[in-house]
Design a protein around this ligand. Structure first.
Ligand code: BGC
Length: 381
């Protein structure tokens, strides 16, 4: 998966796709003598990208990878950030529509609130690609570019199971924002793996009465998951995560500490939660999950402060988004292997695989794959 040859193949796809994207740009075709790298400022944008926030390294990764892929090929792409605000997100989409985009690539801040912006884009004849997070409750989504998010949650569950021998292990659950459809998919995956191990006594849930009330159910409805998520949400916010973990630890007797197993929903919140558990004198050892392979968490893994992360190779997601955009610009339809129901329609998608990263494979998965340079870290194994 991380062989150099695969990376070169991916880069080739990107360059070809970016070139095609550039060729589909009306300004580029109307001014053939103009070198791509110096397109006129007034050139019409073919594709606009809207990302949720600059406050999380995850989305800076996406911005960087998009820029690497597109501007290197001389294509002028605009990337706007919504800063956690659905009103700003809608204004961003409107600004891009007025610049003449034909394809919108958007990660909704709030999956349901973004429906209005998607519908405006659809009404303007723009193809809407939901990027990483699904826009909900509207038919105005053409395609969903994503990782296999249920597999992310399953990777967390499997990691914790692999490190638990015997029974009666303390389990703490934390979730993402309820406004993000992914929070449900991640939770579903974790529940798929952990519920049988809660039912057989391997794990005992310590911080969610809602989860305890549902622990005998192998499959949860969205409403049932919402009840649990409502109780253990971090809202994808580091401070909320820290405060919730501290409140849970304050409420827990010493017997519920010792060695603990923690489902943390992403790297940013995992670091906050890990710090809170590490600071509690009654916690002797903790296992904590994460996702995104943020640099700070890769360093935490090397240092033994975070147990695992899930690498969602953003280079692949960016390549998939560009390939889909190019397909639309050429009047065709992107490849589909799956669909995701968004509450209104089944949205076509082709989810990408994820990789579990621990101290054991961090060098191979993160450094040798070319994802980040070794010089970004200290103490690599
Ligand atoms: C993404 C994660 C990210 C989280 C918080 C989710 O929708 O899939 O990669 O950590 O949002 O931004």
């Amino acid at each position: 998966m991380f062989k150099k040859s695969s990376w070169y193949a991916l880069m080739t796809i990107l360059v070809v796709a970016a070139t095609a994207l550039s060729a589909c740009n009306p300004a580029a075709t109307s001014a053939p003598t103009q070198p791509a790298a110096t397109q006129p400022a007034e050139s019409k944008l073919a594709v606009g990208i809207v990302l949720p926030t600059k406050d999380e390294p995850r989305w800076i990764q996406d911005e960087t990878r998009f820029k690497d892929a597109l501007t290197a090929a001389g294509y002028d792409v605009q990337i706007l950030f919504s800063q956690g605000d659905s009103a700003k997100e809608k204004a961003n989409v409107e600004a891009l529509i007025s610049q003449g985009i034909q394809v919108l690539i958007i990660t909704p801040q709030d999956g349901t609130a973004a429906a209005a912006a998607a519908e405006e884009a659809r009404a303007a004849g723009v193809k809407v690609i939901s990027y990483d997070r699904l826009i909900r409750d509207t038919d105005a989504v053409d395609y969903y570019v994503t990782f296999d998010s249920v597999a992310v949650g399953e990777a967390w569950g499997q990691y914790l199971i692999d490190n638990a021998t015997g029974t009666g292990h303390n389990l703490y659950l934390y979730a993402g924002a309820a406004s993000d459809n992914n929070a449900f998919l991640f939770f579903e995956g974790a529940w798929n793996k952990l519920q049988p191990k809660i039912a057989d006594g391997t794990f005992v849930i310590k911080n969610s009465s809602e989860a305890v009330a549902l622990q005998s159910k192998a499959t949860l409805t969205r409403d049932e998951m919402a009840k649990i998520i409502g109780q253990v949400t971090t809202n994808w916010d580091f401070t909320v995560a820290k405060n919730l973990a501290e409140a849970n630890l304050t409420a827990a007797p010493a017997a519920d500490k010792g060695t603990v197993f923690i489902v943390a929903p992403n790297d940013g919140t995992a670091r906050s939660i890990a710090d809170a558990f590490a600071a509690d004198k009654d916690v002797t050892k903790y296992y904590v999950t994460g996702q995104d392979a943020e640099k700070a968490s890769v360093q935490y893994i090397i240092d033994g402060k975070q147990s695992m992360t899930v690498l969602k190779d953003v280079r692949t997601l960016v390549a998939d988004a560009i390939t889909a955009a190019v397909a639309y610009l050429k009047g065709s339809t992107p490849a589909q292997t799956n669909t995701y129901n968004n509450g209104k329609i089944d949205v076509p998608a082709k989810p990408s695989a994820i990789v579990t990263v621990t101290k054991d494979n961090v060098k191979a998965a993160i450094i040798d794959s070319g994802y980040y340079p070794a010089s970004d870290f200290t103490g690599l194994p």
